[in-house]
Design a protein around this ligand. Structure first.
Ligand SMILES: *Cc1c(COP(=O)(O)O)cnc(C)c1O
Length: 411
């Protein structure tokens, strides 16, 4: 199939913009793993590069995206939000309507199918907000695979409902009590498990992060988001959006959206990181605003670290954005000047959460609320004739309890 034909079908795209043979996007990416994982990572790369050219594999992935995930997700014109933001047309890509309530299921499904192809019977995963754990537990139930999810105990407290959900789906959730007791520590534990069990176990990574081939593989499984949105936008408005905008944790929903538009120079790509309590006090997760290049968990990218390379504690009201590194392809897009990155603070995200609920009847995930927080300013920048495409990466049901605790009666 030719690339041009793929580009206009709204289907996931494989083999477009590969990193170099060592897994680098420009100066970022690569594969920094312990000796014991060198051969397994090589085997994973080979297996992935084979299945992504396999018609039967792609057909099964696409069929399950339709029948199980519920794709294509709608492109929704948010009229009242558009009006409130000064008149530019704001389009929401409704990943919140995907099965399990977020984009994470696209990637979890693709990788679980790959794991089965590789003959693995057991899956390990890490999770921050719990969304990737829920998505992984879900696809493991679908395919009849054993599932172990590592989660920081602080995140388990913040996302108790998702912990229960994973257990209902048959997964074992293992609490991680080391370090900052959040996502970074859960990734370390999942890696440790995998080193010891690699024979029968597959490590299902939840974002466009980590050692090669995860960043390119996760982006490709998520590329369906942008491909669908591109087709939907052209069909409804006869042109491409002026801006494609998404929140950036590890960077998978943003890469999934951006990928379809990277070659369209007229489309501005804007990523929104977690500004937490502001950049000055250091309690945030804005890697581009406050970080420097370094290596974390298998990849070279922008990292929040001190002058000696020690990883700094991060903070965000949203567990899914609370991580010290960002996907390496984002670092490359920034370096090339192709994408720009901003941040939204906790209060701005909470205000956006409330605004979208009242104006549109949609409670976004707190992660996605960071993207909504940035929309007002971006809408004014493009003017009333502008088209702003926003990835609504997930729904807010998982967050209402923690928001209730934060806001109490003000909500
Ligand atoms: C996990 C999550 C994110 C952040 O992860 P990315 O890999 O940056 O997409 C964003 N939104 C939602 C709803 C999530 O669950």
């Amino acid at each position: 199939m030719t690339m041009a034909a793929q580009e206009r079908t709204g289907r996931p795209v494989f083999g477009r913009r590969d990193p170099d043979a060592r897994g680098y996007f420009g100066e970022y990416g690569g594969r920094f793993v312990p000796e014991t994982l060198v051969a397994p990572m090589e085997a994973l790369t080979e297996a992935y590069f084979a299945v992504r050219q396999d018609e039967a594999f792609i057909a099964e992935f696409e069929q399950l995206l339709r029948q199980f995930v519920g794709r294509p997700t709608p492109l929704y014109e948010a009229r009242r939000l558009s009006e409130a933001c000064g008149g530019a047309t704001i389009l929401l890509k409704r990943e919140d309507l995907a099965h399990t309530g977020a984009h994470k299921i696209n990637n979890a499904l693709g990788q679980a199918l790959l794991a089965r192809r590789m003959g693995k019977s057991r899956i390990v995963a890490e999770t921050g907000a719990g969304q990737h754990g829920v998505a992984t537990a879900t696809v493991c139930a679908l395919l009849g695979m054993q599932c172990v999810v590592y989660m920081g105990v602080d995140d388990m407290a913040r996302q108790a409902l998702n912990v229960f959900r994973m257990r209902m789906l048959g997964a074992e959730v293992r609490g991680v009590d080391s370090g900052s007791r959040t996502l970074k520590d859960a990734i370390n534990e999942a890696m440790r498990d995998w080193v010891a069990t690699v024979q029968d176990t597959y490590y299902l990574l939840g974002s466009a992060l980590g050692p090669h081939p995860y960043p390119v593989m996760v982006r490709e499984f998520q590329s369906v988001i942008g491909e669908e949105a591109r087709v939907q936008c052209l069909a409804a408005y006869g042109r491409l959006p002026d801006v494609a905008l998404a929140c950036v944790g590890g960077g998978s929903n943003a890469m999934g959206l951006f990928d379809a538009f990277v070659a369209d120079r007229g489309v501005r790509l804007i990523g929104v990181e977690a500004g937490g309590e502001g950049i000055e006090g250091g309690r945030h997760a804005a890697r581009f605003a406050g970080g420097t290049p370094g290596v974390l968990q298998g990849t070279r990218t922008f990292v929040l670290q001190d002058a000696n390379g020690n990883i700094e504690l991060t903070h965000s009201v949203s567990a899914g954005l609370d991580y010290a590194a960002v996907g390496p392809e984002h670092a490359d897009l920034l370096q090339q000047g192709r994408a720009e990155y901003r941040y939204a603070t906790d209060p701005e995200a909470l205000a956006a959460f409330a605004r979208l609920g009242r104006l549109e009847g949609i409670l976004p995930a707190l992660e996605s609320a960071h993207a909504i927080a940035a929309v007002e300013q971006v809408a004014r920048e493009v003017g009333t004739d502008g088209l702003v495409l926003v990835n609504l990466s997930g729904r807010g049901d998982k967050d209402v309890q923690s928001i209730q605790e934060l806001l109490g009666d003000q909500a």
